[in-house]
Write a protein that binds this ligand. Structure first.
Ligand code: SF4
Length: 376
């Protein structure tokens, strides 16, 4: 089967004990059915340890309160992997941060930026994100049940067009151009979704004609940057919680920086301050616009094809706008406070924001609800 890998896929190797932001902390670790059966059938002391670590009756998980996996050793290595080998682990632990999409005719392999090392690889390869194609003998299980080849082809073409719109816009290094491009992409996604879901227009036609039909962008807020009032609403969803200081201390620190800077300002003064910080940030480093464009493209490459199964065009395009703005907000505040930001620190910021925005269903849903209110 044809396998398409993101250009830096083979460079990934887990940092294990050297990881500055281990994925074995700060998350609930959901267990798959096979792992649950395997763990429940274990005998002796090891079996007892496993059962004590599994929480929840129907779909048990490790670390339900998101502190740390009970098998994570003090040296940062996985005690279960060392004792039993990689094949024994739950599926999520074996595969993370790899993302596999197999619609039938081919397989796409990508990496999730919620892993700090993947975020570092993204920063290193932000200008060369493409798919490397190769034939593989390995059997690939299909990831969904849609088998509409024409829709798949049109969706791939649509993703190719959207990423090239973004690449061209960000190459100009101009925030306003990037803002317009993002608004056009989101308006396109909203139009395509409406045409398919409400008007019953066939998927390939809706995707092909979406750009011609989606002239209206007035209902959309500015996307680069989002207005501070909207960011403030997003931050007041479940995104920020006091308990985060124990499970995601970096994100907690970043949120505290945000509240300290903006809390005492009215929306009007907050917007002026946000625009001041944003303009200063872009003027100091115009190359940043390109990086944000590359980040948005990375988001499209990783999530847009999910529309093949869920038809949620608006969600997948708007999610990226939210992620981009939250990352930019924290980067701007960090630079304002400390003067500079290393690539490793930026990778850490990207990774925690990705965890909170895209891997927390409650936060993701709440954020989308706020954006959709703007559409009405
Ligand atoms: S976050 Fe990435 S590099 Fe760090 S432990 Fe997890 S998979 Fe490994």
């Amino acid at each position: 089967m044809l396998v398409k890998k993101i250009s830096y896929y083979d460079e990934f190797q887990c940092l294990m004990g050297e990881c500055p932001q281990s994925c074995c902390k700060g998350w609930r670790i959901p267990l798959d059915d096979k792992a649950i059966r395997r763990f429940r059938n274990e005998k002796g002391l090891w079996g007892m340890r496993l059962r004590a670590a599994m929480h929840g009756k129907v779909q048990p998980s490790f670390s339900p309160y998101c502190f740390r996996c009970p098998f994570l050793r003090l040296d940062g290595k996985c005690g279960m992997q060392i004792k039993k080998g990689e094949d024994y682990l739950a599926e999520i632990c074996r595969t993370y941060p790899r993302i596999r999409f197999c619609p039938g005719p081919y397989t796409e392999l990508q990496l999730d930026l919620s892993c700090v090392h993947v975020a570092e690889l993204f920063l290193k390869h932000q200008e060369d994100q493409f798919f490397v194609e190769e034939e593989s003998e390995e059997e690939q299980e299909q990831t969904g049940d849609n088998d509409d080849a024409l829709y798949l082809e049109a969706l791939e073409e649509s993703r190719r067009q959207l990423t090239s719109v973004m690449t061209e816009a960000s190459a100009e290094g101009d925030g306003e151009v990037l803002n317009e491009a993002l608004k056009n992409i989101v308006a396109y996604a909203a139009t395509v979704q409406d045409k398919m879901m409400r008007e019953g227009i066939a998927e390939p036609e809706a995707l092909r004609t979406g750009f011609e039909l989606s002239e209206e962008t007035e209902w959309l807020p500015d996307c680069f940057p989002l207005p501070i009032a909207l960011i403030n609403q997003l931050m007041s969803t479940d995104f920020y919680q006091d308990g985060m200081q124990y499970v995601l201390p970096l994100l907690y620190k970043l949120c505290r920086m945000y509240y300290k800077h903006f809390d005492k300002l009215s929306y009007e003064d907050g917007e002026k301050e946000w625009q001041r910080l944003f303009q200063k940030h872009i003027a100091k480093d115009p190359g940043r616009v390109k990086m944000y464009g590359a980040y948005y493209n990375s988001h499209l490459l990783r999530t847009y094809m999910e529309c093949y199964e869920d038809y949620s065009f608006l969600k997948h395009t708007m999610d990226g706008v939210i992620g981009l703005n939250v990352i930019m907000l924290f980067e701007v505040l960090w630079r304002e406070k400390y003067g500079s930001l290393s690539d490793r620190d930026l990778a850490k910021i990207i990774s925690v924001c990705e965890r909170r925005v895209y891997h927390n269903e409650v936060v993701e849903k709440e954020m989308m609800k706020m954006i959709m209110k703007e559409k009405r």
